[in-house]
Design a protein around this ligand. Structure first.
Ligand SMILES: Nc1nc2c(c(=O)[nH]1)N[C@H]1C(S)=C(S)[C@@H](COP(=O)(O)O)O[C@H]1N2
Ligand SMILES: [Mo]
Length: 321
């Protein structure tokens, strides 16, 4: 039977372990000369420096953060996922001041990075979202796990779009444009599009897929072993099944979802004989989506675990307790 345990406090990935993705390098930004423009179809265009951004107040947003993977290989799993406590201000606070015009339907987010990508020069990094989605979901972050954003993570300010793939979370943000149409940029219409199940035309890579990943050391002490991981989706994950050494799928114990866009822990305890083992995990969400067995970027995660007879650190402590 599926056992659901209460939601755990969100756990955060140490900054040194959070993946870094950059298509054109890391721009060197001096915050004293930096500004964020909010313009286009707005009644009151804004130009904010960091003091003006901070004056809007600071909220916290714990959220999982997942990279889609290479836009050139959309079916290859990368398993690049982290969980971060962002601090900053909801985009809505800026929109309330700028006042979008009646014709505004889309919001464009532009980063300060530019260069060449896939043989094309003069490329900039732009993503866009429908205005109603952007107003509800986009968060502008200047801190990560309590620290000012590191240069590689988008200093001094980046967008964060919870429950969407990381590609939407534009770093080194300098310009937000309200428009009546989508942005025409290689990263909005050429790369990062995919045909979703049941569709015939590609749509932009936005909402994450249901997924799960083992967080287990490669080596453990043989015997009773706690195997744990994390599962996430756009909605609640309602079940995670695990299979050990090709055995039957059996339900793991799963933490209830938190109140925000955070991942959920799952775990099972299994007796592992000395030797090599293969463990697999598979999540299902409230919408009925299940991770495919293979051939998709969110295919079930398979991990290898080596169970040793020599006790490893933690297990040794347990033996003495
Ligand atoms: N300006 C800009 N923003 C960007 C990118 C980029 O290359 N330039 N890469 C995107 C991608 S693909 C991902 S997965 C996330 C990664 O954020 P991180 O490097 O802080 O983990 O940033 C996104 N935002
Ligand atoms: Mo990414």
């Amino acid at each position: 039977m599926m056992t659901q345990v209460p939601a755990s406090e969100p756990d955060f990935t140490p900054l040194d372990d959070v993946f870094v993705r950059k298509h054109m390098g890391v721009p060197d930004i001096d915050v004293t000369g930096w500004t964020l423009a909010v313009e286009g179809l707005v009644e009151r265009p804004l130009r904010l420096d960091m003091a003006a951004v901070l004056a809007l107040g600071t909220e916290r947003l714990p959220a999982f953060h997942e990279c889609f993977g290479s836009p050139l290989a959309p079916d290859v799993p990368t398993r690049a996922v982290a969980q971060v406590e962002w601090a900053g201000v909801p985009l809505a606070a800026l929109l309330d001041r700028a006042v979008p015009g009646a014709a505004a339907r889309h919001v464009w987010f532009e980063g300060a990075d530019s260069g060449s990508f896939q043989g094309q020069d003069g490329v900039t990094y732009v993503k866009d979202l429908p205005l109603d989605v952007a107003r509800d979901d986009v968060f502008l972050a200047h801190r990560m796990n309590g620290w000012p954003l590191r240069a590689e993570h988008g200093f001094p300010l980046r967008a964060v779009v919870p429950r969407m793939f990381g590609t939407n979370s534009v770093k080194w943000l300098t310009r937000i444009v309200l428009a009546d149409r989508r942005a025409d940029n290689v990263f909005t219409t050429r790369f990062y599009t995919r045909v979703l199940p049941g569709d015939s035309v590609p749509s932009p890579v936005r909402e994450v897929d249901v997924s799960s990943k083992w967080f287990v050391p490669g080596k453990v002490a043989a015997g009773k072993v706690d195997l744990g991981g994390r599962a996430w989706s756009t909605t609640e994950v309602v079940r995670v099944d695990v299979s050990v050494d090709g055995g039957p799928w059996e339900p793991a114990s799963l933490a209830a979802p938190g109140s925000g866009p955070t991942w959920q822990r799952f775990s099972v305890t299994r007796e592992l004989a000395p030797g090599a083992h293969v463990i697999r995990c598979r999540a299902r969400d409230r919408a009925g989506r299940v991770q495919p067995l293979a051939g998709a970027r969110n295919a079930v995660h398979e991990a290898g675990v080596e169970a040793g007879v020599e006790a490893v650190g933690e297990a040794e402590d347990r033996a003495e307790a």
